[in-house]
Design a protein around this ligand. Structure first.
Ligand code: PBG
Length: 306
């Protein structure tokens, strides 16, 4: 009766992986219960989520071939575009389709942008690529595009490109405060990404020692036209969520990432914790801290008990 926050299936967004060139879903060892889908098995999973009351999915593609610019990300026959068209046909407007917008799954060097001659990520050249990806995803049926590469100016560039092509109604979910976290490890297994030369993303993702700087990143994305802003990962950054919630009146999302999920699953497998109880506690805490929407690999499992 006195509960201040209540988690509901419609707070949840399920991250899903779709892989080109496979005929059976492939398990992801470091993400127990999560698979790389075929287009067909993806359709089945989205139907299950819809029946459980989960309103949205976010798609990540795993292409067969990678190249320096990540061209599979905007190819009309790239795996995510194929999956978007298929899901749009199957589900019409029953499920909100979100497309992660980045090139790291598609580049042979694993960075979220194209590289300059000196090997650093070229921010502005990358924006031109993001614009093409946004339009390709919108054409394929995405309701929302979600730029995750943390390039400066990415939201404005994508907004302009979408508007110019007549996709004014496609919304932007901006990964606004995305930290250079060690918690993305299992995700990089899921999308077969190794950053060239043992590199990292510290040149473009946020320093986890900083909170004020994250607020500046969030404000910048709101100013550039983001419709929803996201904090990622979630649990170590509840303070950022609470600050953002106090300052903003647009929807706020949080991403409970692969490492956060894998830790719960690993401890539960050993019988050290009750996995479902911990998941419910953690995801509810993210809502309590201020998130309206939570991306989590627990989406189906939690929706089943809510
Ligand atoms: C980048 C992207 C990443 C995640 C979502 N989008 C990985 C990264 O920045 O290395 C991580 C999600 C997770 O760990 O669950 N396209």
């Amino acid at each position: 009766m006195v509960a201040e926050s209540r988690l509901l299936p419609d707070d949840l967004i399920a991250p899903l992986f779709v892989r080109e060139g496979i005929s059976e879903p492939q398990p992801i060892v470091s993400l127990p219960g999560v698979v790389q889908h075929t287009v067909e098995s993806l359709r089945g999973e989205v139907a299950r989520l819809r029946d459980l009351g989960v309103p949205a999915v976010i798609l990540f593609g795993v292409p067969e071939a990678k190249d320096p610019t990540g061209s599979g990300a905007w190819d009309p026959d790239g795996i995510v575009q194929i999956a978007l068209r298929d899901l749009r046909d199957e589900f019409a407007d029953d499920v909100v389709l979100i497309a992660d917008l980045c090139v790291d799954e598609y580049t042979d060097h694993g960075h979220c942008g194209v590289l300059a001659d000196d090997g650093t990520v070229d921010n502005d050249a990358t924006l031109e690529i993001y614009e093409q990806i946004a339009v390709a995803q919108a054409e394929a049926g995405a309701d929302i595009v979600a730029p995750s590469g943390m390039m400066d100016g990415q939201v404005m560039a994508i907004r302009d490109a979408l508007d110019e092509e007549g996709f004014e109604q496609v919304a932007i979910l901006a990964y606004a405060a995305k930290y250079a976290s060690a918690l993305y490890g299992p995700f990089r297994d899921a999308v077969d990404v190794t950053i060239a030369g043992g590199g990292d993303r510290k040149a473009y993702q946020q320093d986890w020692r900083n909170a004020r700087e994250a607020m500046e990143e969030i404000r910048a994305d709101v100013g550039e036209g983001a419709d929803i802003v996201m904090v990622k990962p979630a649990l170590p950054y509840l303070d950022i969520l609470t600050r953002a919630r106090a300052e903003l009146d647009i929807p706020l999302a949080a991403y409970h990432v692969s490492g956060e999920y894998a830790m719960v699953k690993a401890a539960a497998e050993r019988g050290w914790i009750d996995g479902v109880a911990v998941a419910l506690e953690q995801i509810t805490a993210i809502k309590r801290a201020g998130a309206d929407l939570i991306l989590t690999y627990f989406a189906a499992e939690l929706a089943e008990i809510l």
